[in-house]
Design a protein around this ligand. Structure first.
Ligand code: 4NP
Length: 163
């Protein structure tokens, strides 16, 4: 048991079937491995409504499974009212997601691009800290995205646990 407060983290992409479900599952995986998952309220969503109720894309499921990671996400759309109240951190995958979230009224200091936590990418310009949308590509794109998300989530957990 711990008396630490629970930190709410919402991962956001466009469709909530490729990138943000991966980030959610990978973050949860790292948190469980370190025995700290109960310190977090973790979820994912999309800015678009297209895939409400859908499981993650089978290519995300496959790359996650190859690393022993399961993806609990069920597609849903960002709800500015409830999500901005529930989550301490809103973590978009790309700049378009971030702009959409800010346009919905999120507090800018609670919105951070996922790759701003990445050990080798944290010093880059905002435009270069984007997880590319793998939807229209093949499995290789999903492997590339997985590596970025994995490194960023591990570093993000380090940073949160230091605070
Ligand atoms: P995601 O990828 O934002 O990483 O989930 C996409 C998923 C679906 C679509 C676009 C991007 N779509 O056009 O349906």
């Amino acid at each position: 048991m711990t008396d630490l407060p629970i930190t709410g983290v919402l991962f956001v992409c466009l469709g909530n079937i490729c990138r943000s479900p991966l980030a959610e599952g990978v973050f949860l995986h790292h948190a469980r491995a370190r025995g700290v998952h109960t310190e977090f309220d973790i979820d994912s969503c999309g800015t678009a409504h297209w895939h409400i109720g859908s499981p993650p894309d089978e290519r995300s499921v496959a790359v996650a499974a190859a690393h022993g990671v399961t993806l609990p996400s069920v597609g849903r759309q960002l709800n500015p009212v409830t999500d901005f109240a529930r989550f301490d951190w809103i973590i978009p995958m790309d700049v378009a997601n971030a702009e959409d979230i800010l346009a919905e009224g999120a507090q800018p200091e609670r919105v951070r691009l996922l790759l701003s936590f990445h050990p080798e990418m944290r010093a880059l310009q905002r435009e270069d800290q984007q997880v590319p949308d793998p939807y229209y590509g093949g499995q290789r794109g999903f492997r590339n995205v997985y590596e970025m998300i994995d490194a960023a989530c591990a570093a993000m957990l380090d940073e949160f646990l230091e605070d």
